[in-house]
Ligand binder design. Sequence first.
Ligand SMILES: [Zn+2]
Length: 336
Amino acid sequence: MIDRYSRQTLFCEIGKEGQRRLGNSCIVIIGCGALGTITATSLVRAGVGRVRIIDRDFIEYHNLQRQVLFDEEDIKAELPKAIAAEQHLKKVNSSIEIEGVVADVNYANIEKLVAGADLILDGLDNLETRLLINDVSLKHKIPWVYGGAISATGMTMNIVPHKTPCFRCVWASPTSGGIALTCDTAGVISPAPFIIGSLQTVEAMKILIGSQEINRDLITIDVWKGNFSRFNIGRRADCATCRGEYEFLEARFGTRTTSLCGQNAVQVLNPEVKGVSFERLSTHLGPVGEVSYNEFMLRFRVDNHEIVIFPDGRAIIKNTTDESLARGLYNKYIGA
Ligand SMILES: [Zn+2]
């Protein structure tokens, strides 16, 4: 047991006391794609005592290019990512507790899923769930390490409740900034998430052992250009989350999706939308696809998808059961 971590305890910033603290810690990794597999494998090997890995997806061949925990056998066995990760990591370190949870993290279950955690690691691909993590982090005083990677770029930041700016101090709402970009549209090369995941890992170690040297900046990288930048971000005076208003956790904000069983369709709700003007929406959507409407619904066809929108902002996205795809189409064409 001592041998296993000897090279890490020799590093004096960690030492035996740091190792003991890691062993007594519990972390929750939300999202087990490229970033999640990097942080999970590193922190399991580092000896964090309890590791919970949450993901809702199955593994596909296009994941293997960068999601280091998975292999072709996992795909043939049709394993969910969380289960495959648990199985592989238990072979790496049998002296700690590892739990894979197959779940879609949302406002209704997140508090239960992070219960008992000393730290949350972000391995997500969407801003909406990150804002939810931010709420639960500040509400329950659990630090979290944000990380994102796309194309050849990435960023990371530590959020230590009430000590550093929170995520919403930087990203005020799910519709701000270039969030429409995803790995599915812009692509990603593995060094970007590998480096961001590694930076998340070292910050996680520092936070867990109580180091005073945790990073307080937003770090951005461009691995193709070889750029590495840091930005000192201040707390936003009017940040609702810092004031203790947990709007995402209370589901007062953001979209909600439900796959409609057996219909090959997903329903998207957005409590923020109070009323939709079909006339205005049809002007926006006209140049992009085929639009028709009456007083009850607007029908919009684009690529292989058909979107039906109701006056209260509710939409049904046809020809898919993929909730994140549906939410993406909603955000792209209807907006929040
Ligand atoms: Zn804030």
